[in-house]
Design a protein around this ligand. Structure first.
Ligand code: PGA
Length: 256
């Protein structure tokens, strides 16, 4: 039995003071939660100040960054390394988010370098994949998912299913208010598990958590989380408010 994973991606929101306030609210409200793994992904500048709050409150909330550069150090103005992220107290990193792929033109091979570096450094990736609306309409969803998984996980060695979490985030559902139906999400998750099984074997595929992202809200989280291959959710907009994020977390009290 696996605990569900609920991640909150704050994207480019919250100043240091605002981030500390939300972290304090979440730590206070969620101190009893041990049925799910909860992670928050604030902007880089908020990581260390948020970690101070989480440590003060002895919170089990996991801290993660939203991106990372694959090189360990060097002349990469504006970029952040795995070791820098670890030094703030963060333990996870979002890689391959659709906003990175589509706005910042990140490719699978660049994301692949990041995944390898994160694992080597001891950061757990939340690797995002997902198709565009025109790809879904053209019947290419499985091809896109398969290509993204094979490209971003090329030559990656996993020691256990817990090394990595995959987020299936259909691009047409992110920030649009349109959520994939639980059936559409379940079908895609089942396919992701099949590709992971081909790449890493059945044991890892069975236990690796595959979470859904894209307009997850308190009103739709439960029906998604009840599906057999949906091991959690990745929440953007609704994670910026303590009430809605808490409500989604309370709905994840279902074993996977
Ligand atoms: P959203 O973002 O919940 O605001 O749609 C989801 C995501 O990007 O993970």
């Amino acid at each position: 039995m696996q605990k569900k994973f609920v991640g909150g991606n704050w994207k480019m929101n919250k100043t240091v003071v605002e981030a500390q306030k939300l972290a304090r609210q979440l730590a206070d409200r969620l101190s009893d939660v041990d049925f799910a793994d909860i992670a928050i992904f604030p902007p880089f500048v908020d990581l260390y100040p948020v970690n101070i709050i989480l440590r003060e409150k002895e919170s089990k909330i996991i801290l993660g960054a939203q991106n990372m550069h694959p090189e360990p150090s060097g002349a990469f103005t504006g970029e952040i390394s795995a070791d820098m992220i670890l030094s703030t107290g963060a333990k996870m990193v979002v890689l391959g988010h659709s906003e990175r792929r589509h706005i910042f033109l990140e490719t699978d091979s660049f994301i692949n370098r990041k995944v390898k570096r994160a694992l080597e450094a001891g950061l757990k990736p939340l690797l995002c994949i997902g198709e565009l609306l025109e790809e879904r309409k053209a019947g290419k969803t499985e091809d896109v998912i398969s290509q993204q998984l094979k490209g971003s996980l090329k030559d990656v060695k996993l020691n256990s299913a817990d090394d990595l979490i995959i987020a299936y985030e259909p691009v047409w559902a992110i920030g649009t208010g349109v959520t994939a139906t639980p059936e559409q999400a379940q079908e895609a998750h089942k396919f992701v598990r099949k590709v992971i099984s081909e790449m890493f074997g059945e044991d890892i595929a069975k236990n690796l958590r595959i979470v859904y992202g894209g307009s997850v809200k308190p009103t739709n989280a439960k029906e998604l989380l009840e599906k057999v291959d949906i091991d959690g959710v990745s929440v953007g907009g609704a994670s910026l408010d303590a009430d809605s994020f808490e409500s989604i977390i309370r709905d994840s009290n279902i074993a996977s």
